[in-house]
Design a protein around this ligand. Structure first.
Ligand SMILES: *[C@@H]1O[C@H](CO)[C@@H](O)[C@H](O)[C@H]1NC(C)=O
Ligand SMILES: *[C@@H]1O[C@H](CO)[C@@H](O)[C@H](O)[C@H]1NC(C)=O
Ligand SMILES: *[C@@H]1O[C@H](CO)[C@@H](O)[C@H](O)[C@H]1NC(C)=O
Length: 255
């Protein structure tokens, strides 16, 4: 009896200890039901840019009317050509506004903690037509950088994955983007490496595309943005008919 319980204890104890030492289970920060209804969307996202404002670095002015939810669980942003809009100002320059379009920004900020990480994933239907600039990205709440472009399409037939250390020092990977009319799965994992820097891994359709390291990203809060910007980095003129950008199965969890 004693011998058996010693054996049992010897077998069980390491298991119990290991269980106690295991990392916490992933916590859901944005659930995959987020685009099931407008009220779910509005629980987690605001319209336009999360730092305030309806224009940024391209030729679209964002508004709520160009953001829609449809079944099953899909967010669609529509860019519509317009005339007579007042220009945007960005970086001291005026930018002509040729579209009304949609942007949503997460209400919560996301921070990679020391020793931890986050996972952002979703399924995206984006266009690579010249003058269309859909994106799924993280950018610094305080100052800039950090910025991680988890996916952006700049009208070149490619998808880009970027991580900025400074405005001129960045890691980037452009990948030929086929079957643009279909949804493609994007996943980005950000993980603290040394208490300061953050490793960024990008997957498309389950295949790892790039691994970057962002300098001093750990413990810095990020905004999460999904927007259909137009022209700007994607060139001009853009399309003369409506463009759509759709997202489903969006989820954000801790690692
Ligand atoms: C593009 O879509 C077709 C039809 O679904 C599929 O056979 C092909 O493998 C896809 N190509 C890529 C690179 O995803
Ligand atoms: C950015 O900084 C990190 C941390 O110092 C470094 O590992 C990475 O190589 C840098 N990226 C570029 C493009 O230099
Ligand atoms: C373009 O998009 C706007 C906003 O969603 C919509 O009101 C309009 O009917 C669309 N135009 C066409 C031709 O589909």
């Amino acid at each position: 009896m004693a011998m058996i319980s010693n054996i049992v204890a010897a077998l069980l104890l390491p298991t119990l200890l290991n269980a106690a030492l295991l990392p916490k289970r992933a916590t859901t920060l944005i659930p995959s039901t987020v685009f099931d209804s407008t009220s779910n969307l509005e629980q987690f996202f605001t319209y336009n840019y999360p730092w305030g404002g309806d224009t940024h670095n391209g030729g679209a002015r964002m508004d709520k009317a160009h953001v829609s939810i449809s079944s099953p669980g899909t967010l669609t942003l529509t860019a519509q050509p317009v005339k007579g809009q007042k220009p945007a100002t960005h970086g001291g320059k005026q930018i002509a506004i040729n579209y009304l379009s949609g942007a949503v920004g997460a209400k919560q900020h996301f921070t990679v903690p020391v020793g931890g990480g986050l996972v952002f994933s979703g399924s995206f239907q984006a266009t690579t037509t010249k003058g269309t600039w859909p994106a799924f990205w993280l950018t610094a709440v305080n100052g800039w950088p950090p910025e991680i472009d988890m996916a952006e399409w700049k009208g070149s037939g490619k998808i880009s994955f970027n991580t900025f250390n400074t405005s001129s020092v960045l890691s980037w990977k452009d990948v030929t983007y086929t079957n643009a009319t279909q949804f493609h799965d994007i996943k980005c994992e950000v993980k603290d490496v040394n208490g300061k820097d953050t490793q960024v891994k990008f997957w498309m359709d389950g295949a790892l595309q790039a691994t970057h390291v962002g300098k001093d990203y750990t413990n810095k809060p990020f905004y999460l943005v999904i927007n259909l910007q137009m022209e700007g980095s994607s060139g001009s003129p853009g399309p003369t008919t409506n463009t759509t950008y759709s997202v489903k199965n969006l989820e954000v969890t801790t690692l």
